[in-house]
Design a protein around this ligand. Sequence first.
Ligand SMILES: [Zn+2]
Ligand SMILES: [Zn+2]
Length: 553
Amino acid sequence: MAAPVRIIFLGGLGEIGRNCMVVEQNDRLLIIDCGLMFPNADMHGIDLVLPDFTWLRANSDRIEACVATHGHEDHVGGLQFLLRELSFPIYGSPLTLGLARNRIEEAGLLGKTEFVNIVDNERRKIGPFDVEFIPVTHSVPQAHAIALHTPQGVIVHSGDFKIDLTPVDDRRTDLARLGALAAGDGIRLLMLDSTNAEERGSAPSERTVGVVLRQLFAEHKSQRIITASFASHIHRVQQIAEAAIDAGRVVATLGRSMNNNMRLARDLGLLKLPDKSIVDIEEIDDYPPEKVCVISTGSQGEPMAALSLLARGESKFVKVGPQDTVIFSSHAIPGNEGNVNRVIDGLLRAGAEVVHSGIADVHATGHAQAEDLKTYLSITEPEWFVPIHGEYHHMVANAHLARVMGVPQSRIVLCEDGDVIEITDDGIERTDRVPAGMLYVDGIVGDVGQGVLRDRKVLSEEGVVVVVVTVDVAAGKVLVGPEVITRGWVYAPEAEDLIDEACLAVSKAVEHALSNGTRDVDALEKEVRRAAGKFVSERTKRRPMIVPIVMEM
Ligand SMILES: [Zn+2]
Ligand SMILES: [Zn+2]
């Protein structure tokens, strides 16, 4: 009997974001990716969401390393938090590590880790793990799939990928190597990216965007052009810059992450642009508008990003107006549509023309679509299948594709965050559950729980009513108040009568309790909450947060 291998899913199975899993072999642990997730609209005041680190913390002495598939924040953005508590080396491509490094350095945690560069198709031993890094095409360069050669056979983690036969850097997803693995000992388990499993057909090549961009530059010869895209999408930036330079423009970058990433990518030789065509954003007014292209961050409408400031007329560097065409070379991540539309409205009001993916094909996805996934399945012919990276419906759609491609239903395991699977000679089984709740970050990690979020939801939707009453406990009578202070319940100056009535209702309840012999402050506060809550609900049909404060004299 070969030794079992276990996989612990900590994030990314059930949501888009915070991708994180752990492979356990010979009692040692290998983390694959540790990402963050951006909050949705009902996570009030939350900056970002992380995987639950409870299990990793409890098993910290067994962690061998982390391997990072690529440099997107949903895959490496959690490392700067995990490294506050733990210490381990990180393996990945130079760009993946360069992108991860920025945040880890900002957090002052470089001493907690070591960055180990790997090259395409490298196979290396990391403790007991035999790890192979297979090149894949994605919306950030130098991304990898991971093949683990384990006592239980080859386990393939697809990473985020697309099948683009003409990628900008000619670095294709290495289907030949995957096929060789399948034809060799076979692939025991495939864990496959589900993001676009519901999208029919195949993902278009990134190069198709370059063609559209060139057309747009030709059609807007007399305009200044401002583009917005993800700062890590180096190939998109390359295509924008090439279109601009070929049209006789200089290029300037706007936004801190765009500046950082362009410098990083140029240092690594991944972004090839002539120095003379790149100017500082402060110098663009030295050129006529039609000779300038600004490459900006903020394509998701992030309120503090460069493009939002520009749309609000608050940018120090660029004043947007009728001379401008703004191209959103991106697609709004679900949840960001509102913010993106606000930015578009701001730009239009300022007189600019706006081109987005609803108007022209100025964006191509970085994830394989249904037909691509089928191709991948037909090449890898996995014995077992676990869909990963997606909301539940994405993973179900991916499982369906696997079935269509001949993986028997009994060998498809639908897992969610917190599930543990064990791979033995007999097959794969879900064996355990570990903590995998959301870890909410607001400023400093760890102090925001479900309770705090529930409070914030009530406060934001219903407001708060604070009732203060001072009692003489010994004498059993009310000395001062009740006084009602409210925010977000009713507009106080116009609701004086209502507030007076509320005071009366609470006053009666407190006096009643006191006359019944209640002397305990906690019990009196409960009485205040009950009376105020009943009054508020009956008279206004609202449920604000009620905060009772009983003071003793
Ligand atoms: Zn991802
Ligand atoms: Zn990605």
